[in-house]
Design a binder for this molecule. Sequence first.
Ligand SMILES: [Cu+2]
Length: 156
Amino acid sequence: MKRILISVVLIFQISLVHAMDHQKLSAIVIHDPWIRTAPPNAPMLGLFMKIRNNTNQDIRLVSVQATGYVRAELHRTINHNGIMKMQKQSFMPISAQGDLDLKPGSWHIMLIGPEIVPKEGDTSMIYLEFNNGTTQTIHVQVGKGKIMMKHNHYTY
Ligand SMILES: [Cu+2]
């Protein structure tokens, strides 16, 4: 009987540890990441996704690295007197229990200097680093996504 009790306690503890691990892992969840297809001579490509923050703390995405690119920058497109302009940002804010939508014409990650411009269906490994010490590695596919065309040109 005593042995059974010990086993039950052990199992309970193990599952608790598991639950905590799981919680920790899913504190930040990346939804639907995609890299937008670009012409073969494109100097840069746009990376989009939805970032979900399941914690009670505001979190910042502070850096991104991508395999196959010279570097990645955090960008935001703003409307400046009717002209869409990209501005480099030092971080992206994801509010506590909130989402940040990276999409064309808004927040996005700029993948700069591709070794070879990828084709539709190719994937890239992306490392995301947050200011709470967590990192995420995601595999992202190149696709057409929901293309937002304005006056027949792309707005990143
Ligand atoms: Cu940009």
